[in-house]
Design a protein around this ligand. Structure first.
Ligand code: GLN
Length: 458
């Protein structure tokens, strides 16, 4: 549901009634999109709106927030047993901004544990189901934020994207999702997985709504030292972009058919050429080495003393913290902590971590060259449509699914997934990547595609 449609509904029945209906829909839903539903708080805010007390750009709009984003006094679990009882004592920057603009936080969405995954199957709270086929995944790691949008279980949602976690569920659920330029949105209050790669970003069912949410969450915040201090604001420009189609980013036959159909549509309106970015072949390996290395360090804080899950005291500190971590973390998280520690260890640092950093530089340079010639680069967001639940049998096959999304994170570039229709009744997404802080161009391009009926949300 778009903001405009929500506002019409609120005019008709009032915000309290509209929110009550939404809460009922969530309760009955089979999607498992939420870990926590903020029932009482949401109804209280709706009442305030009806009394004319809630003001701002998002006044009375229900927004779903991914469960790795801190919400004061509200459970924030990262979909992990480790944080299953954790209630932050402060709000993330983006949550403060939502509240300042009058948004109603309807709940905290389900995700892969600590954002580690592409399907939400690593969640301690169970998989999120795809609204178009309940036997399939909604994508990950922000699966709940994608699925909730489709089933009208929220109007806007926030996801986080370390290696594709906004764009993947946007593609699998057929909605819009944008990973901003690194530094545009403050990460203050985002529970870190791999902080040199990740950004919080908006998800929505139309471009205008996506742009508005980005406006609200972007901006200066001194509490995140990587924050660029910039505010985003959407301005409409009509332009004939020069577009490069990235040769190295591919997909399977089903998706290819839809992708090529879209490319031939785009050729009618834009100047399109293929472009080769040779370093893309290093991206996946570099991403996983860097992401796991950072994860191994970031997740060291969960020792059973300061946060979350804990157990009775044991005879030694070593035994205590090992047991807490063995019981509190899921399989995928443990795998990444071990591999990341290995890549950072004295004998292997140069062979793996340093090598990955060098590959990262090559990728950044390749993009830089491409943007001298092109305004936008495009590719399929995901190489496939949504997977069947349980289809990905081993972790390496899952990692491969991120091949088209991780390069933008390694380079820190803004990238979005635009829904371009369906294959066998399952949504397909087109990925567009722009130069640093060129979100306005990305959104204008998506806006054009929406007007040309090339972009479609069901
Ligand atoms: N699938 C990727 C991973 O598991 C990306 C996850 C994300 O962006 N949070 O690392």
């Amino acid at each position: 549901m778009k903001i405009a449609e929500w506002r019409e509904k609120v005019l008709e029945v009032g915000c309290y009634e509209a929110i009550s209906e939404m809460l009922k829909r969530i309760e009955k839903s089979k999607l498992n999109a939420y870990i926590t539903v903020c029932k009482e708080e949401a109804l209280k805010k709706a009442e305030e709106f009806d009394k004319g007390k809630l003001k701002g750009k998002l006044a009375g709009i229900p927004v779903a927030v991914k469960d790795n984003i801190s919400t004061k006094g509200i459970l924030t679990t990262c979909a992990s047993k480790m944080l299953s009882n954790y209630k932050p004592v402060f709000d993330a920057h983006v949550v403060e901004r939502l509240k300042e603009e009058g948004a109603i936080i309807i709940g905290k969405t389900n995700m892969d544990e600590f954002g580690m995954g592409t399907t939400t199957e690593t969640s301690y709270y169970g998989v999120v189901r795809n609204p178009y086929d309940l036997n399939r995944v909604a994508g990950g790691s922000s699966g709940g934020s994608g699925a909730a949008l489709v089933n009208d279980e929220c109007v806007l949602s926030l996801g986080t994207d370390t290696g594709g976690s906004i764009r993947c569920p946007a593609s699998f659920c057929g909605v819009y999702g944008l990973k901003p330029t690194y530094g545009l949105v403050s990460r203050y209050g985002l529970i870190p997985y791999a902080n040199s790669l990740e950004q919080i970003g908006p998800m929505a069912t139309c471009v205008e709504d996506l742009a508005l949410l980005l406006e609200v969450i972007s901006g200066k915040d001194e509490r995140d030292s990587t924050n660029a201090g910039r505010c985003f604001s959407f301005s409409r420009v009509e332009n004939k972009y020069k577009i490069g189609v990235i040769k190295e980013m591919s997909c399977n036959e089903d998706v290819m058919e839809k992708y090529e159909e879209t490319l031939s549509e785009l050729r009618k309106f834009y100047d399109i050429e293929y472009v080769s970015l040779q370093s893309m072949k290093f991206a996946l390996a570099a991403y996983y080495v860097i992401a796991m290395s950072e994860a191994s360090s970031n997740l060291a804080r969960y020792d059973g003393v300061r946060y979350g899950y804990t157990i009775e005291k044991l005879e030694s500190w070593r035994k205590f913290s090992s047991k807490v971590r063995a019981e509190g973390f899921g399989e995928e998280v443990k795998r990444r902590i071990m591999l990341g520690s290995y890549a950072l260890s004295a004998g292997y640092y140069g062979k793996y971590y340093l090598k990955a950093l060098k590959a990262r530089t090559l990728i950044i340079e390749d993009f830089k060259r491409a943007f001298e010639k092109f305004d936008l680069l495009i590719a399929p967001t995901m190489p496939t449509v949504a997977f069947k639940i349980g289809e990905l049998k081993d972790p390496l096959t899952m990692y491969l699914a991120d091949v088209n999304t991780v390069p933008a994170n390694l380079a820190g570039l803004p990238a979005m997934s635009i829904p371009i229709g369906f294959v066998n009744k399952l949504p397909v997404g087109l990925q567009a990547i722009a130069n640093y802080f060129n979100e306005n161009m990305l959104l204008n391009f998506a806006y054009d595609l929406e007007r040309l009926n090339i972009a479609k949300v069901c």
